[in-house]
Design a protein around this ligand. Structure first.
Ligand SMILES: [Zn+2]
Length: 102
């Protein structure tokens, strides 16, 4: 009977670990770091899910330096028009900072 419980416990741990891999992958995917998220989940389990939240595989906006999801036409931070060339954003039209009237 105790052998059955051991197998059941191991099965629960394995299923829980697989759940951590999936969860970390999904967390990483939101910031375009799916592969790294899956890896962190696989290696670190529940801790990997937390660490995956700090991953960021997104490109940086050349206008403001903030992270931007690929294929976005506008930077959500500085509203510059972006053109994507080879996976990197280029500015089409930068929003000029407001000049105080003189
Ligand atoms: Zn920007």
């Amino acid at each position: 009977m105790s052998e059955f419980l051991e197998i059941l416990t191991m099965l629960a741990v394995v299923i829980g670990w697989i759940g951590c891999i999936v969860a970390a992958g999904r967390v990483g995917e939101r910031r375009e770091a799916l592969g790294a998220g899956l890896l962190f989940g696989l290696v670190f389990g529940p801790l990997g899910v937390i660490v995956a939240g700090f991953l960021d595989g997104r490109a940086r906006c050349p206008g403001c330096g903030e992270s931007v999801n690929q294929k976005r036409a506008l930077c959500p931070h500085c509203h510059s028009s972006l053109k994507w060339v080879a996976g990197r954003p280029k500015i089409l039209e930068a929003v000029k900072p407001e000049q105080p009237d003189e």
